[in-house]
Design a binder for this molecule. Structure first.
Ligand code: HEC
Length: 471
């Protein structure tokens, strides 16, 4: 929804199961929905052999590569409609079918051609498209709609065109607005407050956030240095398009772990239960469980070097909330969000504190089992879900409490809607939350992680296997 920068719009879901219920409400995905403003600017996924790193793509695991359409954001749009746990259409041709019946069909034909939706659909099509993908009746088929070869090709073309139209919308000023305080500051039309400016300096100085969330300026690594470089870019995207493993702990609240039995349609989202591990980009390169097919076989060999890596999200709009709940931070009134790919982090204060103290307060425990006398997320961080390839740029930054708050204040300047209203951002009808402290926000809903079975073979046993092996 627009009021959260197109992230997860329901506070109770953000606080608990993390992933969003799909069209079949008993199903949900496995990660927090990634905000999509600025996603059209991510380049086609590429491997840089000198850096040994991947850049570009869309989705937390970069599986929308842009390989076919040459624009990852359009391929991202193609995912959710046919994702079994999201909109659940059982066949990509359902998109053309639905479009052919839509009120806005003439608009689609105006852009993509008069005959573009002239496809002969059998009359069972409606019934097929209302049955969620993965249902046992389809016997594993992802093309249950019978079409002639020519009509199948036409339906595929519609699926591509439609995705390109969505990409155009996401790139428009309605979504990727460049209308934040920080944009106004770069244009010389807003003066950052003392706290915001202090946060900005920490962001590209002592906090070193700028080495991944590029702000268009030079990075000053030492606390006694001041960045005197001119802005190299006046529309910075606050991402390097790369990926990293920040060592986020496993979140036992994630609904995915519990979807281990067949639902009413005979579909099991995650047969491995708590044997599932989210290897992110690594699983994608292996064309593995819960990801997409990797289109480039040369990339597969690099999987062990990227296990656990997730995409560096743009920091833009991370703090965006509905106007009536002006903050993401307790005591509020605040709007509850979930941060990082699995929603483990519940406030921006916690997010910065994690970067700041992950290694200082590291304990060899899982979430819900911090030792007596410590407080999870305050002076105890459970071990990473995936311990391979942990990024060491941050983890022990030596930021004070005040400095953490300043970085939060800076991130709040990145919300669109300052220079002009953000379109349709006034539609939240729920209640704001109040009370507590940002440092422990959501801790009342922590649950003990059950004893973890070892990583399922379908995840960790696929060649080339993770090195070292993942317990
Ligand atoms: C080495 C690269 C790197 C550095 C340095 C870094 N980040 Fe990140 N950032 C990431 C990655 C990777 C993710 C996604 C991680 C995940 O979800 O597991 C991320 C995610 C985020 C998000 C988005 C969270 C969301 O849910 O959308 C914010 C905000 C953020 N980082 C802020 C910061 C701040 C503030 C700092 C400095 C204190 C920082 N980052 C330093 C790589 C980095």
């Amino acid at each position: 929804m627009p009021y959260v920068g197109f992230g997860g719009p329901i506070p109770s879901v953000n606080l608990t199961i993390t992933a969003y219920p799909g069209t079949a409400h008993i199903r949900a995905g496995k990660r927090t929905p990634q905000r999509h403003p600025y996603s059209p600017f991510f380049p086609v996924l590429q491997y840089n052999p000198v850096q040994g790193q991947f850049f570009g793509g869309n989705f937390w695991d970069s599986r929308a590569t842009g390989y076919l359409l040459r624009i990852p954001d359009a391929e991202q749009a193609q995912g959710p409609p046919v994702d079994t746990q999201e909109m659940g259409l059982p066949d990509t041709a359902c998109i053309a079918f639905r479009l052919s019946q839509a009120e806005y069909r003439p608009l689609f034909e105006e852009v993509w051609g008069k005959g573009s939706l002239d496809i002969n659909f059998q009359h069972e099509t409606e019934q097929i498209c209302t049955t969620p993908g993965g249902a046992a009746v389809f016997g594993g088929s992802t093309t249950p709609i019978a079409l002639s070869a020519a009509d199948r090709t036409r339906a595929n073309v519609v699926y591509d065109r439609w995705a390109q139209s969505i990409d155009a919308f996401e790139q428009s000023a309605q979504v990727s607005a460049f209308s934040s305080k920080f944009d106004a500051f770069l244009a010389g039309k807003y003066k950052l407050t003392q706290e915001e400016m202090a946060g900005f300096k920490l962001f590209n100085g002592k906090g070193n956030c700028n080495s991944c969330h590029l702000d268009g300026r030079g990075t000053t690594l030492k606390s006694n240095q001041t960045d005197t470089s001119a802005a190299a870019m006046v529309n910075p995207l606050f991402t390097c398009f790369g990926s990293a493993n920040e060592g986020v702990p496993l979140n036992p609240r994630d609904s995915f772990y519990y979807e281990n039995k067949p639902d009413a349609y005979g579909f099991t989202a995650n047969p491995y239960g708590f044997g599932y591990r989210d290897l992110g980009l690594g699983t994608f390169l292996r064309s593995g469980f819960g990801s997409g097919p990797n289109p480039n076989m040369n990339w597969k060999q690099y999987a062990p070097t990227v296990d656990g890596q997730m995409q560096v999200s743009s920091a833009r709009d991370v703090a965006m909330t509905p106007a009536q709940c002006p903050s993401t931070e307790a005591p509020g009134p605040y709007f509850q969000k979930g941060f990082f790919h699995n929603g483990y982090i519940k406030s921006l204060k916690q997010l910065v504190h994690f970067y700041n103290t992950r290694d200082k307060y590291a304990y060899p425990v899982t979430s819900g089992h911090c030792p007596k006398g410590t407080t999870e997320k305050v002076d105890c961080w459970p071990m990473p879900e995936v311990r391979n390839n942990i990024d060491m740029t941050s983890g022990n930054l030596g930021l004070t409490d005040k400095e953490e708050n300043e970085i939060v204040a800076f991130m709040q300047t990145l919300s669109d809607g300052f220079t002009r209203p953000y379109l349709n951002s006034d539609t939240f009808t729920g209640a704001c939350m109040r009370g507590g402290s940002a440092a422990t926000q959501g801790n009342e809903l922590l649950i003990p992680t059950p004893p973890l079975p070892s990583c399922a073979l379908a995840v960790c046993g696929v060649a080339p296997v993770p090195k070292p092996n993942i317990p």
